[in-house]
Ligand binder design. Structure first.
Ligand code: BYC
Length: 324
């Protein structure tokens, strides 16, 4: 007679779905070696890889201004910020790799135009004040979205977010400080700051994603403790933060409809142009083609670095093996 497996406690623990459900119910963390439903893995890969691509493509609008920064100090700060964004991309690609997809594949999807990245980076940075608006609004929106992601149920994603958020806080402060200095400068400088805020405000609100009733992924992502708040909740929270800060800047937000609804406890604002959002997502935003072309060129230009690094790693492996 064939021996029957003995059901001990560890077998129950390793019973994939039950173990997964228990971890989620306890608001604890799923780690790479834990069993997870295929749909959970797919959702995480989708979100984390898009997030990584956003950091990498997001370097471009600011990198364009490094050579034109108005002083050596500003140049050094901007260069450090852009390098931080590269670092964020790398932590996130590493987190996505733990889910079983290679970085080469993710990069191939990005440069083939098959992968998404945040809509915000398809808008042009027209003046130095845009460096302020990007830091203040874009990094500000990113923080608002990412602080709850520090508690995402997937361990590598949540942990990556902790460090990213710390760095984003510096980024936001430097953007705020650029705008403050311009706002307190000549009338032309103040106008330049206002113009930048006017152009980046609505696209930064779109970073939170489509409205809740048009967000196909939110419900399941919230049930899995990946997302903690809905797109509209975070957008409203962000508007409330900006309303306070813009007063300190001596500037205004380009929306006269902003008000706090005491019943719903939400900040309300004018309807955003969701048709524009859809156009940008479909690849028809002001800079989509330019951003991807630049990324492709950078990938090609960097081929020799990847080849040299691979050859070096191979030589080191052979040396370690023969030493052993
Ligand atoms: N842009 O069901 P939904 C940074 C897509 S970089 C493009 O609500 P979900 C920085 C969405 O992917 C940080 N696509 O989705 C860097 C989905 O399409 P698929 C950027 C968007 O995932 C350099 C569809 O629309 N932050 O800070 O539940 C310099 C339906 O949406 C967008 C992140 O990446 C968009 N704005 O929620 C300065 C945050 N919105 O995949 C700064 C991480 C939605 O089904 N991501 N879509 O084809 C998230 O938190 C969530 O994925 C989202 C969307 C809130 C964005």
């Amino acid at each position: 007679m064939e021996a029957q497996p003995v059901l001990v406690e560890t077998d129950v623990d390793t019973d994939g779905q039950a173990n997964f459900d228990r971890i989620i119910a306890q608001d604890s963390r799923i780690e790479p070696r834990d069993w997870m439903p295929a749909a959970y893995r797919k959702t995480l890969l989708r979100q984390i890889s898009q997030h990584a691509h956003s950091e990498i493509i997001g370097m471009q609008p600011e990198a364009n201004w490094i050579s034109r920064a108005p002083s050596l100090k500003r140049k050094a700060i901007l260069m450090a910020k852009v390098q931080d964004e590269a670092g964020h991309g790398l932590y996130l690609y590493s987190a996505a790799e733990t889910l079983g997809q290679s970085r080469d594949q993710m990069m191939a999807d990005l440069i083939a135009g098959k992968a998404r990245y945040s809509s915000i980076f398809n808008y042009p940075a027209r003046s130095w004040a845009d460096m302020g608006a990007i830091g203040w609004l874009v990094d500000g929106a990113a923080i608002c979205n990412q602080v709850p992601l520090c508690r995402a149920s997937y361990g590598p994603y949540g942990r990556a977010m902790v460090r990213v958020c710390k760095e984003e806080s510096f980024h936001q402060r430097q953007g705020f400080e650029i705008l403050l200095e311009l706002s307190q400068g000549t009338p032309e400088q103040k106008q330049m700051a206002q113009d930048a805020v006017n152009r980046w405000y609505a696209p930064s609100l779109m970073m939170f994603g489509p409205p809740d009733d048009d967000s196909p992924n939110s419900r399941q992502s919230m049930a899995w403790n990946i997302k903690r708040f809905s797109n509209d909740e975070l957008r409203s929270r962000f508007v409330g933060m900006m309303v306070e800060q813009v007063r300190v800047l001596g500037l205004t937000l380009p929306d006269s409809e902003i008000r706090f609804n005491a019943d719903t406890k939400m900040w309300e604002h004018s309807e955003l142009d969701w048709q524009e959002f859809k156009e940008v997502l479909a690849g028809r935003g002001p800079c989509n083609a330019q951003r991807l072309e630049r990324r492709r060129d950078a990938h090609d230009d960097g081929a020799w670095v990847r080849e040299a690094a691979a050859a070096y790693a191979e030589r080191q492996a052979v040396a370690t093996e023969s030493a052993a």
